[in-house]
Design a protein around this ligand. Structure first.
Ligand code: NAD
Length: 361
């Protein structure tokens, strides 16, 4: 029986996760998924209740589950918590990534044709919508490499970029596997003309490609990729890249869709379960303290995160596609929450747009 740890968190987290659970319930009965879930505290609410933003019982629940669904953490109430290591973002999100060994971040860049006007790009460049997946390595590279620090009285700074063959192999496999579930094209992004880590990256990706003869592999330098994403984004299907390049490119790509309330994300771990790969799924946006309790939060990024959960951790591509289609249909019929409605046009609240998605399911 697949088991999901549900961490609603702070701000609008509980409002959007509540709706996501209705979606899971409906999908579970329609596709006979037999899902079970258990909720636990995380973030500021956990700090208030237990003194720590990631209580041991919450972490234990995640470790015993097949997947974790997270709302959002943080908010003004906890911005000045001391020591700062107990602030929700630092004290909950970073340890979750580390403890659950989440090494692969998947960020779909989906521009629904109905939302084309929200994109930062001209209509002719994105006509028909966009569907790109950015796979980012999450635990290596410049952000973690040693040595790191200051010398010469603080006037010389050092960061070190390190990658090892096994680290590159495992993220490359995530890229190839993801491409295999989509249109079978993978673009590996590096800076092999300058960086030694990128030369190793390219060698290893080419080696791993031998295991995936049906996937078409290409390589692109990161500076060119940054340009191509805004010049001709439709050329991309799956992009796989290292930590820092992925950090920047996934945010650039996200803005091609123009709407924060629509962006989902998955972080996959090393643990294999009976149903797939363990992962943590969350909308890309934060806890939106400015709209808490108003009933207007857009739940669709969370729904799309649920669809990633079904696809990558529970091995249920049909249920995932049904949910994605339901979201696309609701949008194409013109229903919008305030954040994605054009200025001056009508919008609906969290409950109403969720009801519409449920009706499609
Ligand atoms: P935010 O994403 O919470 O909000 C930015 C803007 O987008 C706000 O105007 C908000 O109302 C709007 N918005 C965001 N999600 C929305 C949704 N689903 N529907 C409608 N409107 C939406 O970013 P922020 O304001 O910079 O951060 C607020 C808090 O969230 C901070 O404490 C920050 O640290 C935290 N945060 C948490 C995460 C996370 O949990 N993964 C990520 C980013 C920020």
């Amino acid at each position: 029986m697949p088991r999901i740890a549900v961490l609603p968190g702070d701000g609008i987290g509980p409002e959007i996760v509540r709706e996501a659970l209705r979606v899971l319930e409906t999908l579970s009965s329609r596709f006979q998924l037999d899902l079970t879930w258990e909720e636990a505290l995380v973030g500021g609410v956990a700090y208030d209740a237990t003194g720590h933003p990631l209580p041991p019982s919450t972490l234990a629940l995640c470790k015993e589950s097949d997947a974790t669904l997270l709302g959002a953490v943080g908010g003004p109430k906890w911005d000045n918590v001391q020591p700062s290591s107990l602030r929700p973002e630092v004290g909950a999100l970073l340890p979750l990534r580390k403890e659950l060994e989440l090494f692969a971040n998947l960020r779909p860049v989906t521009l629904f044709p109905a939302l084309a006007s929200a994109s930062s790009l001209r209509a002719d460049i994105i006509s028909g919508g966009l569907d790109i997946l950015v796979v980012r390595e999450l635990t290596g590279g410049m952000y973690f490499g040693q040595p790191k620090g200051r010398e010469d009285g603080g006037n010389r700074a050092i960061d070190t970029c390190v990658y090892t063959r096994p680290e590159i192999e495992r993220i490359a496999r995530v890229g190839f596997e993801a491409a295999g579930k989509r249109s079978k094209r993978l673009c590996s992004v590096d800076k092999a003309n300058v960086l030694e880590t990128s030369r190793l990256w390219r060698e290893v990706v080419i080696d791993v490609a031998k295991e995936y003869p049906d996937i078409e592999l290409s390589h692109m330098l990161v500076d060119n990729c940054a340009m191509q994403l805004v010049r001709n984004p439709k050329q991309f299907d799956v992009i796989v890249t290292e930590n820092m390049f992925g950090d920047i490119l996934s945010d650039e790509a996200a803005m091609l869709t123009g709407s924060l309330g629509m962006l989902s994300s998955a972080s996959l771990g090393t643990r294999q379960t009976a149903y797939g790969t363990f992962g943590l799924y969350e909308p890309a946006h934060g806890s939106a303290p400015d709209i808490v309790g108003k009933g207007i939060a857009n739940p669709l990024a969370t729904f799309l995160s649920v669809s990633l959960l079904l696809r990558y951790s529970l091995g249920q591509p049909e249920a995932a596609s049904a949910l994605e289609s339901a979201v696309a249909e609701v949008l194409s019929e013109g229903l919008r929450t305030a954040d994605i409605a054009p200025a001056g046009s009508p919008s609906v609240g969290t409950r109403a747009i969720s009801d519409a998605v449920l009706a499609k399911l």
